[in-house]
Design a protein around this ligand. Structure first.
Ligand code: NAD
Ligand code: DAO
Ligand code: ZN
Length: 370
C-alpha cells in the first residue's frame, strides 16, 4: 500500500512529507493505522544526528496510538479494529529478560530494532523509487500507517482518545514509571526533578501519586513553573538564579538532600548535580535523560561510598503490554492527567514546526493528529 509519512532523509535536515510504499505485515506482524503521535525530545535527538544508533533515511516517531488494520499469519493476541499503542520496549514474555522481574528490557527483537529493520532483517517502508526507508525504535509513528511486531503493541480500551493516550506510548509512562517502578518512591519522600519538560512533568505527577511530601523542580526556563506547579511541584529552583553551589542550595532546600532525584534533561553535568543532591546514606538518583553520543558521567566515588546510588530507567521500567493498558485506565478514571500537557495539536505537514516549538521551549507536548 501507499501511505503518507514524514521522512527523516538526512541528519540535521527538516523531515520531508511524502508518499511512501508500505509492505503488508509478515508472520507475527501487524499493520496499524496511526491516529495520533506525540513529538518527543528523543526523536529530535535522533534527527539532529547526535544519536549513535541514528541511521537515515528513516521514519521517526515512537509515541503513537492507532487502530489495527491487518494482522499477519500467526498473530493471536490482536485483531482488526483493536486500539493499540506501539511499544519501543516490546514485551515478548518469553525471553530471558522478560522472565526476570528485575528488568523491562525485552531483548527478543533488540538487535534488528536497533538497526531500523523488522525481525526478519528487512524494512517494510520504501520510497516510491524503491529506496528502502528504515524503521525507528520499532515504531515509526510519523507515518499514517506502520507495521510492528505483535509483541510491540499494547491493546488498549476503545473509548480512550488517541490524541491523549499516544503520550502514554513514551512520556507519561516513562515519567510516572520512573517513580513507581524504578525508584519505588515511598509516601512522605522528598524528591528533586531536574528538567520540567514532557518527561519531568510526568515524574512530578508520579511523585504526587506516590505521596511525596516535597517535590522540588529544577529548570533553566521559568516558563515551566506554572505547569509544574499544577502537577504537584512544591518548590522551584532556577540554577541561573542560584549564586554559589547549586548542590549545597538543593541540599538546604530539601533539609539535608533528597530521598530521590531524577534527571530528565539528558545533560551529564545535571546528572552529577542530581546524584550529589541525593541524601547521604540513602538517596537514590535516577537517570532518565538520554545524553549525546560519547558523553560520560562522573562524580567522586566517595559520593557512592557514603550511601548514594545512581540508577537509570528506560520506558519507566514498564512492561508495555501489561502496564500500558493499566495506565490508559488510570487516565480514563481521572487518576492521572494528560490533557494540559498536550499544548499543541498539529497536522503532519506541520511536524517540523512542532520541533521548532520544542527547541524554543514553547511547548510541552505537540501531538500530530492524522
Ligand atoms: P524536553 O525538551 O521537553 O524537556 C527538557 C527540560 O530540561 C526543558 O524544560 C529544559 O528547559 C530543561 N533543561 C535543559 N537543560 C537544563 C539544565 N542544565 N538544567 C535544568 N534544566 C534544564 O525533553 P523531554 O521530552 O522531557 O525529554 C527529557 C529527556 O528524557 C531527554 O533526554 C529524552 O531523550 C529523555 N527520554 C528518556 C526516556 C527513557 O526511557 N529513559 C524516554 C523518553 C525521553
Ligand atoms: O535493550 O539495549 C536495550 C535498549 C532498549 C532501548 C531503551 C530506550 C530507552 C531510552 C530512549 C528514550 C526513548 C524515547
Ligand atoms: Zn522479551
Amino acid at each position: 500500500m501507499r501511505t503518507t509519512a514524514a521522512v527523516a532523509v538526512e541528519a540535521g535536515k527538516p523531515m520531508e512529507i511524502m508518499e511512501v510504499n508500505l509492505d503488508g505485515p509478515k508472520a507475527g506482524e501487524v499493520l496499524v493505522e496511526i491516529k495520533a503521535t506525540g513529538l518527543c525530545h528523543t526523536d529530535d535527538f535522533t534527527l539532529s544526528g547526535a544519536d549513535p544508533e541514528g541511521a537515515f533515511p528513516a521514519i521517526l516517531g515512537h509515541e503513537g496510538a492507532g487502530v489495527v488494520v491487518e494482522v499477519g499469519p500467526g498473530v493471536t493476541s490482536l485483531e482488526v479494529g483493536d486500539h493499540v499503542i506501539p511499544l519501543y520496549t516490546p514485551e515478548c514474555r518469553t525471553c530471558e529478560y522478560c522472565l526476570n522481574p528485575k528488568t523491562n528490557l525485552c531483548q527478543s527483537i533488540r538487535e534488528t530494532q536497533g538497526k531500523g529493520v523488522m525481525p526478519d532483517g528487512t524494512s517494510r517502508f520504501s520510497m516510491l523509487d524503491g529506496t528502502p526507508i528504515l524503521h525507528y525504535m520499532g515504531c515509526s509513528t510519523f507515518s499514517n500507517h506502520t507495521v510492528l511486531p505483535e509483541i510491540a503493541l499494547a491493546k488498549v480500551r476503545k473509548d480512550a482518545p488517541f490524541d491523549k493516550i499516544c503520550y502514554i506510548g513514551c512520556g507519561v509512562t516513562t515519567g510516572i514509571g520512573a517513580v513507581i517502578n524504578t525508584a519505588k518512591v515511598e509516601i512522605g519522600s522528598r524528591a528533586i526533578v531536574f528538567g520540567l519538560g514532557g518527561i519531568g512533568l510526568n515524574v512530578i505527577q508520579g511523585l504526587r501519586l506516590a505521596g511525596a511530601d516535597q517535590i522540588v523542580g529544577v529548570d533553566l526556563n521559568p516558563g515551566k513553573v506554572e505547569m509544574a506547579t499544577k502537577f504537584g511541584m512544591t518548590d522551584f529552583v532556577n540554577p541561573s538564579e542560584v549564586s554559589g553551589d547549586l548542590v549545597g542550595h538543593l541540599v538546604e532546600v530539601t533539609g539535608g538532600g533528597a530521598d530521590y532525584t531524577f534527571d530528565a534533561t539528558g545533560n551529564v553535568g545535571v546528572m552529577r548535580t542530581a546524584l550529589e543532591a541525593a541524601h547521604k546514606g540513602w538517596g537514590e538518583s535516577i537517570i532518565i535523560g538520554v545524553a549525546p553520543a560519547g558523553a560520560e558521567i562522573s562524580t567522586r566515588p566517595f559520593q557512592l561510598v557514603t550511601g548514594r546510588s545512581w540508577r537509570g530507567t528506560a520506558f519507566g521500567g514498564a512492561r508495555g503490554r501489561t502496564d500500558v493498558p493499566k495506565i490508559v485506565d488510570w487516565y480514563m478514571d481521572g487518576k492521572i492527567e494528560i490533557d494540559p500537557m498536550i499544548t499543541h495539536i498539529l497536522k503532519l505537514e506541520d511536524i517540523n514546526k512542532g520541533f521548532d516549538m520544542m527547541h524554543a521551549g514553547e511547548s510541552i507536548r505537540s501531538v500530530v493528529v492524522y
